[in-house]
Design a protein around this ligand. Sequence first.
Ligand code: GLP
Length: 235
Amino acid sequence: MRFIETDSYGELSLLAANMLSAQVILKPDSILGLATGSTPIGAYEQVIENYNRGLLDFSEVKTVNLDEYVGLDERNRQSYRYFMSKNLFDHINIKKENTYLPNGAAENLDEECSRYQKLIEGFGGADLQLLGIGRNGHIGFNEPTDYFSREVYVEKLTESTIEANSRLFDAGETVPTHAITMGIGTIMRAKKILLIAGADKKDIIEKTVNGKITPLVPASVLQLHSDVTVILSKN
Ligand code: GLP
């Protein structure tokens, strides 16, 4: 595991964007695993800047996102599909049909989970998977529990995660209680993993990088992967 500390969020974003950009330059038909949350927004802005400078071409890139809220369809402003369009997809030349997220509005969620799992397996996993981290160590929406999930599944979100997510919802909007997420096994199929975290995640990053490998700190499983970079911003 490579561990990098940066002096600022801006520096973290630039490093992460450089890694994503390099991946697309070196392999124009990359499968990029993408994440939502506030942490990756700066990296996406830098990727868009690189694209606007003419440095990147996304016409052959495919993306798979980690997760999506159950019950929200893509027109919902709180859906992760909406987030990805607004913060990245609408600003680069990626084909919409090459951007994949679980469908949180699917009628049969079990079928949707297995469809999404098979899709990712069909791609052979992501070439580079970007991750944020929850304060309790969740990656995607794999909440702390007593086992690691192998495949895409529906997670019941913890109170603390619902509370953390609620800051992004307007008063009166219902905060989802469930999400479809890649399982730990799905995430670990990625060839390379990049985990980024702001200064507020210092403690959980310490446990992730140096602590025991336990499903009670889901991100700690990354210690078992052979190509992980963790970037933490000190400020
Ligand atoms: C949600 C997402 C995670 C993300 C986490 C942290 O739970 N499912 O993928 O890592 O939020 O988000 P933030 O970066 O806003 O702290």
